[in-house]
Design a protein around this ligand. Structure first.
Ligand SMILES: O=P(O)(O)OC[C@H]1O[C@@H](O)[C@H](O)[C@@H](O)[C@@H]1O
Length: 295
């Protein structure tokens, strides 16, 4: 059965061999196995820490957590009661049906609206739909945000980001093309330094040291390459991209990070995180990404 819905997760299986697994908790994709045109053997493309909680007790340390409506610590007054990276990754979404189920793609829809726990900390009406589509060598994930308010008093303001933990040896990984793009370095020690833009000088970005860089107005299509691997991350409506790897310096302080886990992934996270999307009542905004296993 290409779409297999279980109590707390959904499995997608493509006739050509790729597969994906999505937890309803956080709508977190926790596995994407795909071959490539060069090598048809499906291999795991995402990293999930062996210490990650998958029982809904905390956001998943790995896979593709969905960040909404704030990135990092909240900065918008309407987000002030929210935890780091918002609530979407720590709420249980509803399975909302199969969109497509054939060789072109196996595609499902998950949804989240204001439940009692969200309403306690976020008063705005909204509706989220997350569409996950599996193709032979691709995984697409699209977040649709609707401002369900009736009046036009003030727009819904939010940030959104897809926090891809791409499985790759972090000592070898290179990310391109970010040369010449401005970024904010969240590893700096003071707020003043963190808020000063720098310009990326490198033709290819590595994560050999602790890296937490927010690239602003980035090109939207990134190659993540290493020895024998390549995953392309292509984004639409996500103007920014975050590159994160904690290395031992910060990784050893993360409770649910497995020992040495930072050696096994790089986070390349397309998002709209500098400033806010402003969405009028009745309008829908869509942020999309397509991950392609090229090698
Ligand atoms: O530990 P969390 O909340 O999952 O966040 C992980 C990282 O996520 C990245 O997107 C942020 O830029 C980092 O600052 C943060 O440390």
């Amino acid at each position: 059965m290409p779409v297999d819905q279980q109590a707390n997760r959904v499995f997608l299986r493509h006739p050509k061999g790729s597969s994906a697994e999505i937890l309803l908790y956080g709508a977190t994709v926790i596995s994407w196995k795909s071959g490539s045109t060069a090598n048809s053997l499906p291999t795991e493309r995402l990293f999930v820490s062996s210490k990650a909680a998958l029982d809904g007790s905390k956001p998943v340390r790995g896979g593709i957590p969905v960040v909404f409506p704030c990135f990092g610590a909240p900065t918008h007054p309407e987000h002030s009661k929210l935890p780091q990276h918002g609530f979407a990754r720590s709420e249980t979404w509803t399975f909302d049906g199969i969109i497509m189920d054939n060789e072109a793609g196996v595609s499902v829809k998950l949804a989240l609206g204001p439940n009692a726990s969200i309403k306690e900390k976020f008063e705005r009406p909204f509706h989220l739909v997350y569409v996950v589509t599996l193709a032979e060598h691709q995984l697409s994930t699209d977040i649709h945000v609707t401002n369900t308010a009736f009046t036009t008093t003030s727009p819904l303001e939010f940030q959104a980001l897809l926090h891809n933990y791409i499985r790759a040896p972090s000592s070898e990984v290179l990310i391109t093309p970010l040369q010449g793009v401005s970024y904010y370095d969240k590893t700096e020690s003071t707020e003043e330094l963190r808020s000063q833009p720098k310009v990326e000088q490198r033709t290819a970005v590595d994560v050999k040291k602790f890296t937490d860089y927010v690239y602003e107005n980035a090109p939207g299509k990134y190659e993540v390459t290493w020895g024998n691997g390549n995953v392309e991350v292509k984004a639409a409506n996500f103007k920014d991209v975050v590159v994160w790897n904690p290395q031992q310096e910060a990784g050893s302080k993360i409770g649910d990070m497995e020992e040495g886990g930072w050696e096994r992934f790089v986070c390349v996270e397309p998002g709209y995180v500098r400033g806010f999307v402003k969405l009028d009542a009745g309008q829908t905004w869509i942020g999309q990404q397509v991950l392609t296993a090229k090698l």
